[in-house]
Design a protein around this ligand. Structure first.
Ligand code: GDP
Ligand code: MG
Length: 177
């Protein structure tokens, strides 16, 4: 029996972007390992995680890159985006400033990312309903305006996390196959 690498049909690279502390690392750990961490660990040092996904009879290896804290210093470089076919663009529904930053992130995506990159807009921390600063409608309108998929998630409560990643991966697959 061969290794998964030999059997896998596609390798997709995708990136996580968005302001610091919006929950990117926790979305990834939830998706890749079903883990959530309440303490903020801005520099976990992990550069990426893998998850294997089956679509029909195809095996897909999704390689998801995390910023490892570089976004705090605006030091995300073109190599981070190189070869990326998808991005989860994340903001924090409880911090308006992270929503206002999306304009900057979209500009960077267009500068460094490939033209046909699949982008899913993600409003995270939907569990914190009492401290919400960005409405669901605001997220929806921006997504519509920028022609992005959109989802609100909670990495903490494990709501829509799987859906957000799988929607991106399915769209990449549709473009690739
Ligand atoms: P990153 O800097 O974007 O990677 O953000 P982190 O994943 O490190 O998360 C920043 C903080 O937000 C941590 O304290 C997390 O526990 C917390 N956090 C992340 N996702 C959620 C969520 O969905 N709900 C709540 N309540 N807290 C979250
Ligand atoms: Mg992080």
């Amino acid at each position: 029996e061969g290794s998964f690498d030999e059997e896998c049909d596609y390798l997709f690279k995708a990136v996580l972007i968005g302001d610091s502390a919006v929950g990117k690392s926790n979305l990834l750990s939830r998706f890749a390992r079903d883990e959530f961490c309440l303490e903020s660990k801005p520099t976990i040092g992990v550069e990426f995680a893998y998850r294997n996904i089956r679509i029909g009879d195809k095996l897909i290896k999704a390689q998801i890159w995390d910023t490892a804290g570089q976004e705090r210093f605006r030091a995300i470089t073109s190599s981070y985006y190189r070869g990326a076919m998808g991005a989860l663009l994340v903001y924090d529904t409880t911090r308006r400033s992270t929503f206002e930053s999306l304009r900057k992130w979209l500009r960077e995506l267009r500068e460094f990312g490939s033209r046909e990159m699949v982008v899913v807009l993600v409003g995270n921390k939907s569990d914190l309903t009492h401290s919400r600063e960005v409405s669901l409608e605001d997220g929806q309108s921006l997504a519509q305006l920028e022609d992005l998929s959109f989802m609100e998630t909670s990495a903490k409560e494990n709501v829509n996390v799987e859906d957000a990643f799988l929607q991106m991966i399915n769209k990449i697959y549709d473009l690739t196959s």
